[in-house]
Ligand binder design. Sequence first.
Ligand code: B3K
Ligand code: ZN
Length: 868
Amino acid sequence: MNIAANPVIEADQTIYLKDYQKPSFVVDSVDLNIQVYSDHSLVSSKLEMQRQTAGDLVLLGRDLELQSIRLNGQPLNASDYHLDAEQLVIANAPDQVSLEIVVKIHPESNTMLEGLYQASSDLFVTQNEPEGFRKITFYPDRPDVLSVFTTRVEADKKYPVLLANGNLLETGEVDANRHYAIWQDPTKKPSYLFACVIGDLAVMKDHYVTSEGRNVALEIYAEEKDIPKCKIAMEALKHSMRWDEEHYGLPYDLDNYMIVATSAFNMGAMENKGLNIFNTSCVLADEEYTTDAAIMRVQSVIAHEYFHNWTGNRITCRDWFQLCLKEGLTVFRDQSFSEDLQSAAVQRIDDVAVLKAHQFPEDSGPLSHPPRPDHFVEINNFYTATVYEKGAEINRMMATLLGKEKFRQGTDEYFRRHDGQAVTVEDWVAALTAGSGVDLSNFLTWYNQPGTPKLQVKAEYDVETQIYRLSFKQSLKPHAKYPNLKAVPIPVALALFDAESGEQLTLNSKALFENGVKDGMYLFDQDEATIEFSGVAAKPVVSLLRNFSAPVNLDFDYSEKELAFLLQYETNGFNQWQATQTLLERILLDDQPAEIYIQAMLNTLPDMIEKDPLLASRLFDVPSEGYLGSRIDQDYQPAMIQEKREALLHTLARAFGETAKETYLSLDPDLQSDFSQAMGVRALRNIMLTMMARQGDASAFDLAYERYHTGNMSERLGALKVLVWNDAPQAQEALADFYSRFEDEALSLDQWFMVQAAHPKATDATIAYLTQHPDYDLAVPNRIRAVSGGLNANPVNTWSFGVQHFIGLAKYLDEKNPIVGSRLLQVLSRWYTLAEPQRSEVKAQLETLKPLVKSKNVSETLNSMLSV
Ligand code: B3K
Ligand code: ZN
């Protein structure tokens, strides 16, 4: 029987952190020879291995056709080893082993986009994290086996570009049609960081001189027509290299750094040593084709992958349970980089919005897990918002507590101790502790338990004694698999304001890190505690969790007046935004009246639009229907949320009245001091156009149509949404125009699909039209995500015809591309919160999938989803 036939009913395939064992052999060096042909590829390898501990020699391999195997020069027979679908095991191997293996693989028909695969007619690339290398050859494919790789790549000359990690040693001809290149990477690395590329690509070249004086050749490979769109990425790369030297003292260590763009990629990008492979969506950027938000994303992903060179590559993970060691830290580093690129407050707003929209729901539902899980079935299912974003928050909390200088001492110690090693979360926290001199060991609790803590705070003011008291209490929802939940250390950044004048008060409290300052920090690390502030002349307004100093759900009984006050007087931009969001949640989820919110917006926004258009654009944020739905744990009715949210948006638009048009006409991105404020102005213009359309002002459509034709992509797309989503008379013409302009620009065309899928009145016929369109392609994850993401912008649709859409995709992709299939199925993970009868209907539909799935990816996700 094929053991992978139906994991749902198969024996438990769970892997546990507690079972970790060192590999029995290390690999001193590996020589690869990869020969690519049109209908197969041959991979020959030579591994020099040494025994480290007792035990079998285990090589992992999947979907490989073994051609030959020799051990210390002697051919092995089938009886000399055990071979199954997952591994090749040699018992009683000698202590010193030289293995020569030849396998045949099929990159040309590899639809999983994992291992070596053909990404287009002109391009073969690899994706090996976490377990793709075992689909290229037999190898101890685990992150704690580090080796020196020498790679020969051979292919037809119609693929002039032959790349692998490290330095190019040699190139040459095999015959009239074929050529080869030999690369060697001097740095020891785990197999998940191996990469090679075979293709017909153009290149943009530049160089960078490191703080150590190393002249690094920088190359970005893409299709010829896309080369001009690589400028922003190239600048971001140089900027990241400088930033890492300045902020962490980390220079680059090789003589070249290459980035290759492909449109067939399961995620954003991959940090392979010296040879990053990127989804085109995370490297190509140009105002003509790309929105401002996408440009920001390109810069942050370029930085993220570059920063992995130290946090991930030079120091890697001991095992995949430690994934958040490299991801959480690298996300924290890329967020800090982006804070320096645009406004720090707005970057924090955007990052927290993502955390709350994705990580909080994940952590409150059936897929909840600790940032460092202690078990999994399929590690690909754990590249989650919890591992990445909550992981980043844990690092941010420690960095905030330590302050810049001590945090740097801590990170210096980490790089000093562990360079060249594969380590654990404990090693990281221990190094930070040793370097900074501050004991951070209780932060390990954050890594080890699931759930978003609830932070309840109560305030009390005593006029007589002029004492202001804050009482704190923390709690976590019980979790079946993690019964021993403990209190976590919660840094609470806070400020007090005079309720009359709006002045920020000096804080007198011994409980704070520093007494007699205005910006206070209290570390709450018990189940309950109370702190006091003395000399407070009148009842103040408190601002808690400034800059979102900890990833918790704050429960504080603010009056609406106090929230409006904070919007007006708080000097922390993030908490101004948070005040609007709290007000809106009360209106939309607790049926509070909207007057105070509207009035506060009218009082504050016009002025702020002048002074800080970027922040102003975020203060217009209204939580999405999806986010609001995620705050409801039972009897969720998507249509009701939609109705309330629409009503609020109409009220807001009416309240702004003529101001919307005046503001629209007065704003000019060309008059802004820098790119980020210009970005704010473009966002505001789109918001004003949307408001005008809501007011029923027909001139909105004429202005939108004009902007559609004259603006860059941010404006063009903003205008297109106004036209299409309001069924304006010009809508179809604009859509047709967009199509013909961008027919050959896959990323822009994705937007064309997304806008239509996200139409507020989209039906299953709309989705059928899009998924049957000749440009829809199930082999291209970006296109699937464009339509699915658009559909999911309207939860009313997600939870009606969308259920079949997502189940259908999971079913189809289960064998073809299970990583993406599993991810898409997760959209339905909160099915159990729906009101009846919808809840039972969706459950029944999910149940029908159960006997059909084969992959570990989809079955693990489905099992967890149905386990509530
Ligand atoms: N480390 C990769 C993610 C690999 C995902 C595999 N399913 C990209 C990143 O986080 O930088
Ligand atoms: Zn990463």
